[in-house]
Design a protein around this ligand. Structure first.
Ligand code: HEC
Length: 100
């Protein structure tokens, strides 16, 4: 029983560590997005998209061509491709305040 519990504890530690590493990567990506992508439009325009990694790469390059400064392209690309992947369902359109 004790062995089982320590094995479970070990698994838990691995899971918690994995989550922490993932959320750290997410945090870095979110920060990159907030830094590089809010000069010209809101984040909603970005976060409402569901694209493949290749399509996100093209989006970033297009925005850079229009003047966006992206210090760490890979961090941003990984973040967008995982959070706003085309494997995820498209969110319901959010209405502007006051429109019903
Ligand atoms: C220099 C200004 C500028 C910056 C900075 C910028 N964008 Fe854009 N973005 C635009 C414009 C202008 C449009 C609307 C283009 C259109 O109507 O097709 C747009 C539209 C978009 C769209 C909607 C799809 C499309 O291609 O029209 C996405 C997604 C997007 N931007 C992502 C990003 C991301 C990710 C970043 C950060 C790397 C970013 N943008 C930074 C100017 C910018």
């Amino acid at each position: 029983m004790r062995k089982l519990m320590s094995a479970a504890g070990g698994l838990l530690a691995v899971a918690v560590f994995g989550l922490a590493a993932e959320s750290q990567a997410n945090e870095a990506g979110r920060k990159a997005e907030r830094t590089a992508c809010i000069a010209c439009h809101s984040l909603r325009l970005i976060d409402s998209q569901r694209l493949s990694a290749a399509a996100w790469g093209k989006e970033i390059d297009k925005m850079v061509g229009w003047g966006a400064t992206v210090p760490d392209r890979q961090v941003l690309l990984d973040y967008l491709a995982s959070e706003y992947s085309d494997a995820k369902p498209v969110p319901a359109p959010a209405m502007s305040v006051g429109l019903k």
